[in-house]
Ligand binder design. Structure first.
Ligand code: HEM
Length: 136
């Protein structure tokens, strides 16, 4: 297989370059998911401030979900011709909502068994989405 056989990656053109509002909202959503791991690490110390960090974890989740919703709206408005990007952004939003209710089910529930690995999947999706959006 020579370089002649591999399809050249096309640089993002005007039509494929992600809209800046979409990129910013997906970037903030990724940051939100990453911070959820930090807040979880802080409350999992089981220190005196357990309740405070758990509540930060919960409310930061709510902000992250709103950011993912806005990113989905931005994709629908400015990138609806990029169906895979629109679908992946919608999936990120829906999976965050599932993640939220798995977390609200609490430590005793089976939900927490899915909660942490799903958080890893969310992080991967949030990081891959901008790469996918930039690819022509
Ligand atoms: C690596 C990342 C994460 C870890 C290790 C983690 C861990 C946990 C744990 C252990 C709980 C149960 C706490 C308890 O009931 O005592 C919890 C609750 C929760 N998690 Fe996460 N989580 C992570 C990511 C996320 C993400 C991405 C979301 C976003 C939707 C989220 C939303 C929640 C919510 C809403 C609760 C319930 C908080 C409450 O009951 O006040 N978590 N999380």
């Amino acid at each position: 297989m020579t370089s002649r056989d591999t399809p050249a990656r096309t640089a993002p053109t005007e039509g494929t370059r992600p809209h800046p509002a979409f990129s910013a909202l997906v970037g903030l959503t990724s940051l939100g998911v990453l911070l959820q791991a930090l807040w979880a690490g802080l409350f999992l110390r089981q220190g005196n401030d357990y309740g405070r960090w758990l509540s930060v974890h919960q409310h930061s989740a709510e902000v992250t979900i709103v950011l993912a919703l806005l990113a989905t709206v931005a994709a629908a408005v400015w990138m609806r011709h990029r169906t895979p990007v629109l679908a992946a952004t919608g999936a990120l939003f829906l999976l965050l909502v599932v993640e939220y209710f798995l977390g609200r089910a609490g430590n005793e529930s089976v939900g927490i068994v899915v909660h942490v690995p799903l958080a890893m999947l969310l992080m991967a999706l949030a990081v891959y989405l901008p790469v996918m959006a930039r690819r022509g």
